[in-house]
Ligand binder design. Structure first.
Ligand code: FAD
Length: 344
């Protein structure tokens, strides 16, 4: 017992210097990524439980406006590194910036979006500051020992794992876009801006950005931000049949999504895939047509406000997460719904 007490005393001593929940505000050319504000929502809850402050980390060039946006989303303090060398995201520069801030101010928790940038940066930072990192968390809360309980799907989505970083600080996690709800924006909220500058010159950075080529072609849809999604699975039987889903989506002002089976069959492009290896979506209405409801699909859509499932197998697991279930042949039901909507 004495040994355990001593162990706990040493642990508490080691973590005592760390304070604050930090959210990295991801931006590209001054445009913030929505996931940063989603993280502010969960960050505020964590900060409240730990009775500490919620801080934003803003790195870039001419990005002070993002500090004010962070205050509007719940932060009370923003660490700002505004220098030409941070104009474009480059791992070396941002790594240096984050690690300098972490070394100086010692945050208890650091959260980043599980985006291309966040995944790259979080891994590099965790390695440099010698702490743990849990990627793609779907749930975050704290226990009474100030440990961050980081929940994420594991083993192909068959179990939910809760991971903790007991002795090391900061505790770091990434969260995918659209997993956490967006907090309400409080216009005019204010906070403290802590300006920092680090001695980093362009010549110190090996990577040069020559040109930015946007991958989103004109007219391409973003299923992650859509309010209405009509998704098709293997039950659609063929690529041509997705036209029927498009017609229904058009009536609703929404977009067409797909299960991995439909994507693997070449019926839909990968950017339309919903699920663990696709996108996480949180629309107002999600209509699943001919989708069985495998766990890897469910983790990507189960937080939708309302789910309507159409499946001819009444035992299909998709009905477990559905608000409304229709047992029957989708080839009859989908056109019937579309024609009813057209009459409204
Ligand atoms: P099926 O499971 O074959 O279901 C087809 C359904 O259509 C059945 O329920 C059937 O009853 C119904 N149906 C057939 N005809 C009709 C009809 N005429 N009318 C009504 N209903 C009909 N899957 C994803 O979706 N997204 C992911 O991101 C993803 N990631 C994965 C990651 C890993 C590591 C692994 C191992 C798997 C992943 N999967 C993912 C695959 C997943 O396990 C399932 O295989 C997949 O979701 C099944 O797709 P489906 O529901 O379209 O097909």
């Amino acid at each position: 017992v004495e040994e355990a007490d001593e162990d706990e005393r040493l642990r508490r001593e080691a973590i005592a210097a760390y304070h604050g929940v930090w959210v990295f505000v991801e931006q590209t050319e001054g445009e913030p990524a929505r996931v940063s504000w989603e993280l502010m929502g969960v960050g505020a809850q964590l900060a409240q439980s730990l009775q500490t402050e919620l801080c934003a980390v803003v790195i870039g060039e001419n990005v002070e406006h993002l500090c004010h946006e962070a205050f509007a989303h719940g932060a009370s303090k923003a660490y700002l590194l505004d220098q030409p060398v941070f104009r474009h995201y480059r791992t070396e520069a941002y790594l240096e910036a984050c690690c300098t801030l972490i070394g100086t101010y010692q945050p208890e928790i650091v959260l980043m979006g599980a985006t291309g940038m966040g995944r790259d940066l979080a891994g590099a930072v965790a390695t440099r500051v010698k702490t743990g990192l849990t990627a793609d968390c779907t749930g975050l809360d704290v226990d009474d020992r100030r440990n961050l309980r980081q929940t994420r799907p594991a083993f192909g989505g068959n179990i939910m794992a809760t991971i903790m970083c007991d002795r090391f600080r900061p505790q770091m996690a990434t969260v995918r876009p659209h997993v956490m709800p967006l907090p309400e924006r409080q216009a005019g909220a204010t906070g403290e801006i802590v300006r920092e500058e680090i001695p980093l010159a362009e010549a110190d950075i090996l990577t040069k950005v020559l040109e930015i080529i946007r991958d989103k072609k004109a007219g391409e849809v973003d299923i992650a931000g859509a309010e209405f999604i009509v998704s098709g699975g293997r039950g659609m039987m063929a690529k041509e049949n997705f036209g029927m889903l498009q017609e229904l989506a058009d009536e609703l002002g929404g977009v067409v999504g797909a299960s991995r089976s439909a994507v693997d069959a070449g019926w839909m492009p990968h950017e339309r895939q919903v699920g663990q290896t696709g996108k996480t979506v949180r629309p107002k209405i999600y209509i699943a047509c001919g989708i069985s409801g495998a766990i890897q699909h469910l983790v990507g859509m189960q937080d939708s406000d309302l789910v309507i499932a159409i499946n001819r197998d009444r035992e299909a697991p998709i009905f477990d997460v559905a608000t409304y279930g229709i047992v029957g042949d989708l080839f009859q039901i989908v056109p019937a719904i579309t024609s009813q909507l057209k009459q409204l």
